[in-house]
Ligand binder design. Sequence first.
Ligand code: FMN
Length: 303
Amino acid sequence: MKIDQNRKININSHKCTGCGFCVTVCPDNVFALSAGKVTIAGEKCIECGHCIAVCPEQAITCDLLTNILEFKTFAEKTDWIPYGKSNISDFVQLLRSRRSCRNYIAKPVSRDLLEDLVKIGTTAPSGTNSQAWTFTILQSRKEVIKFGGKVSAFYRNLNRKAENPVLRLLAKCFLGDSLGKYYRTYYESIAQGLREWEEEGKDRLFHGATSIILIGSTTEASCPAEDAMLATQNILIAAHAMGLGTCLIGFAVEAIKRDKTLTRYLSLSSNNTTYSVIAIGYPAEKYKQVTGRKKIIPFYPEL
Ligand SMILES: Cc1cc2nc3c(=O)[nH]c(=O)nc-3n(C[C@H](O)[C@H](O)[C@H](O)COP(=O)(O)O)c2cc1C
């Protein structure tokens, strides 16, 4: 594959001092040193931007990569933080302060905030830098409720099937025991959630969130699930820093995976797989302290 001319990397030979830093950091061997200057030698480039970030003379540009993210709700800082120069205590405290939020106030989240979150999502790494992720935003509580109605319909239908012992047995014989497992694990709590939704308007699915971001990947991604989940984690952490609560909603992901009418309802293209659904809103809950996690004992194989 030749380097695409529209995405061409330009080297300003007047500025280039031939330090060779770009040669060292490039994962694709795009650059070579010749007569004290850097030249393009490779045929393949994943457009990661390492060369631009490392060049002390700002001699390298690429149209595709010079755009700043243009955040609307906070000031963008573009200086690179050197290794070890950020505050790890603050960072870990932020990570630990994020909690899955299941109580929200009715205040809507602005489009600017949601779009800034998406941009923050895209700062995550992606396999071969494909960045083939998709972000679908349901901005208003009204849209969240309508989508919730569709997801509920999927689970009402699934519960109807799962409560039938003959169907469970037949499914077990021909398709494996997933319907039986669903019945034993989720049937009762889903039935309860659906009852509360119908009788009391209580939203056990999206917990009253006012917005949703769905994150998916297209078939162009080399690591679709990983890319989507890394972007997801960025968004969860950033949302906390921006005053928003979030909760991943695996039940909605599962419904989208199994029910193509939901894909159509959301106007998602057929080459798009949804990996996460994030409920977002202004939190109606506060915590006093962070909590712990299960103890992990790292394993060191004797090699
Ligand atoms: C893949 C995934 C799916 C999840 N699905 C749901 C869900 O459908 N509903 C919900 O209330 N929480 C859901 N959660 C949130 C977990 O329950 C939560 O992360 C876990 O209890 C740890 O709590 P914390 O997020 O506050 O640290 C999900 C989390 C993950 C990672």
